[in-house]
Design a protein around this ligand. Sequence first.
Ligand SMILES: [Zn+2]
Length: 420
Amino acid sequence: MRRFLPFLITFFTITNAVSAQVVLKPRPDAFPPEPAPLASKSIAMAQTVEEMASWDRYPTYETYVAMMQQWATQYPTLCRLDTIGLSVQNRLILSLELTSAPDSSLPEFFYSSTIHGDEVTGYVLMLRLIDTLLASYGSSPRLTALLDRVHVCINPLANPDGTYHVGNETVQGSVRYNANGIDLNRNFPDPFGTSKPALPQENEAMIDYVSRHQFRLSANLHGGSEVMNYPWDCFTSVQNPHPQSQWWREVGKRFVDSARAVNSALFRDVTYSGIIAGGDWYVIHGGRQDYMNYYHHCLEMTMEVSTVKTLSSSQLPAYWNALATPLIGYIEEIYSLPSGVGIEDVAGTTAIRVSPNPASDEVTLWNTEPNVRLSLHDMTGRRVGDFCPSSTSYRLNLSGLPSGVYILKAPSGDVRIVKM
Ligand SMILES: [Zn+2]
């Protein structure tokens, strides 16, 4: 969740006194940092993909990677695995890209979760959403249409070092920050620019990734509260309302109503409506939501999906039962987006796509420009190969290279390729 500064308590008290419409409550876990989960909290871990079958466990890191790879193998016509980048401790930041028409110009949607490593409800929700979308294709008309009409990219875990802070075997003891103690959701460029001298490497990778896509709608899932937090985070709505504020409130209401149809107690701990403009809650700088809206003209909101950051694993199915339909409905909002974000539209570029990624011996490059020379470099910058595709796709042989991360340099932008 977003973190309060202590002086804001005073602010909230005053706000509550003067406004009948916006009722704000400080979060009990906002300060000091939430203690490690109590011993009584039951965190069951799945050591294998099979142990995830009933969705009442958290995956170990290895199980998570195996799940993502297994989907890509099991549903090759519906999804492709891509690597956004590596964390400080060299864990994979993965994205599964789901669509029945990967080379078309379908609108692109992005879900990303758990940029705060201890806010893990969304992590499992995203995994279960992937599983549902893939397994339902061809049987559910609604979900079949979704993958026929939208290019859905899902990054279940944006901060793996924070989530597996203690080790790959458990999410118990997970922390908010990356391995360098940095809050990743305070370190993106925002409408005020970049305040930090260097971006964390997880954010650099995320920026590269979203720059290779043209996402029109996205959400970043957090925990610690239950509220639909729409832009801006760096302005109050009085200072500078988002051009699509009314649309955001309508979208937020559809999401919250859908969740409350299953459990009427949900989304009540910040406002009665379950919706808030971020800066009216409290102003932050460097959040990804504002970065996406301002720099990519992508409509992104922050979804705070559970009051407890690290739920007992046995509670995960109940959250899925309430949030599955709203999460799917939010993707479908892309069918009828307002025209533009209200910020001047950016010209798109056709970036190269790589599949599979990570790869073993060969990857296919898509959207290559014929007769334009490309080069591959290792992480020291050394050129390890160059080649010139003759068409819009190209099969790149990696078999002679050692395992590691490589950078494909192309006029449309650099692409990271991970060789296993
Ligand atoms: Zn958070």
